[in-house]
Design a protein around this ligand. Structure first.
Ligand code: AMP
Length: 118
């Protein structure tokens, strides 16, 4: 038996999180240690360690995650300016090995993205 990832445990409600959006394929939560005024994580229900582990069969899911990122950006009023980040692998800064998209936006800040070093 494999151990459930942190994000699977959040999806299963074993660990609390601010759930902002959910559907049959993914959930969106607030990052617990935000790097920007808006910092959301788009997480597929089906765990996949890294983006580079995706197969051809995962293409529709990956497209859906991108659409959801845009949708939650719209819902939070940051669709004019946000960044989408995927850390792939430990050397790229990945710490949770369950694929997730970071949605980062500077809402309410006077800083530009480069000034905020995002
Ligand atoms: P990464 O470094 O790309 O793997 O991103 C993992 C992200 O998960 C980090 O930004 C963490 O702050 C975030 N994180 C870790 N634990 C939790 C949690 N319990 N709830 C929400 N976000 C979390």
């Amino acid at each position: 038996m494999t151990t459930a990832t942190l994000f699977t445990r959040i999806i299963n409600r074993e660990i609390p999180a601010d759930i902002l959006y959910q559907d049959d394929q993914c959930i969106v939560i607030n990052d617990i240690a935000p790097q920007a005024p808006v910092h959301m994580l788009v997480i597929p229900r089906q765990p996949m360690p890294r983006l580079s582990d995706a197969s051809q069969d995962d293409r529709a899911l990956l497209g859906h995650l991108m659409w959801v990122a845009g949708e939650v950006a719209r819902q939070h009023g940051v669709d004019d300016a946000f960044r989408l980040v995927v850390n792939n692998g430990e050397d790229a800064g990945q710490t949770v090995f369950h694929l997730h998209l970071h949605v980062l936006a500077n809402k309410g800040s006077d800083q530009t993205f480069s000034e905020a070093n995002l």
